[in-house]
Design a protein around this ligand. Sequence first.
Ligand SMILES: NC(=O)c1ccc[n+]([C@@H]2O[C@H](COP(=O)([O-])OP(=O)(O)OC[C@H]3O[C@@H](n4cnc5c(N)ncnc54)[C@H](O)[C@@H]3O)[C@@H](O)[C@H]2O)c1
Length: 263
Amino acid sequence: MSRHAFSGLLAGKTALITGGAGGIGSEMCRVFAEAGARVFFCDIALDRARRLEADLLAAGLPVHFIPADVTSAEQVQLMVQQITGDQGPLHILVNNAGISGRPLGDGPVTECSEAAWQRVLDVNLTGPYLVSRYAVPAIIRAGGGAVVHISSDDALVGPLPPYDTHAYCASKGGLIALTKAMAISYAPYRVRVNAIAPGWVASPMTADLHQDPAKHAELVARHPLGRLGTPRDIAMAALFLASDAAGFITGVVLPVEGGATSW
Ligand SMILES: NC(=O)c1ccc[n+]([C@@H]2O[C@H](COP(=O)([O-])OP(=O)(O)OC[C@H]3O[C@@H](n4cnc5c(N)ncnc54)[C@H](O)[C@@H]3O)[C@@H](O)[C@H]2O)c1
């Protein structure tokens, strides 16, 4: 029996995962590599990223870190050149890098500062645009592949206060519009483009909320399945959408939120 149920699902594929050193991103790096892909990831958290790369390489998984900020066109272009230059084709892009607006003062539009609005849009929407701009031509050159955007269930239903961070919602909603538009434009080139809309996931991004038992219980109660999401829940959904198992799926938004948008 193979080591992982999904061994070989991404055999022969090369994947780029942005924000790969984060809670969800690091699990995606591991799962994609266990599924047979050669994985490149970028991040701006250099120490954390280098530790992750060392750990996964030591475990025999082909996961390589490239320092790049997704808001810098120059760094993104260089990163894609590095991956495709000497090393061959790129088949999969996961636009996972993102930030929460909460620490920046994001909130309802009447309270959200212009600086918070701009920064959240820069990272969460302009970032995926820039990485797609440079990576999609490489995926087309490879004969096709898959793009997965990591959106949020906040873009499917308006979040209840006090989590009504409008810049974040707008950035993730923009990503859903981009998913559908890209799906149509690149379908002739056999590039599938889909999005995942996670609910609350226990990760460093939401750590401040999980440390407070009352807030944690309140967030759990928002999910019919009675728990928060895990990075693995999101990584497995991304694995499916990135793989040929989802070969006839493009332009969809897959909620991975324990039923939170079904109430
Ligand atoms: N955690 C949740 O509850 C939740 C819910 C819905 C959607 N999401 C989305 O999932 C994705 C991953 O979130 P996470 O929970 O793993 O958060 P995280 O903070 O653990 O990871 C995000 C990673 O992105 C990196 N990053 C931030 N800005 C960057 C930039 N400019 N360039 C490159 N890398 C950058 C960070 O350094 C970090 O490693 C995000 O897009 C987030 O919006 C998370």
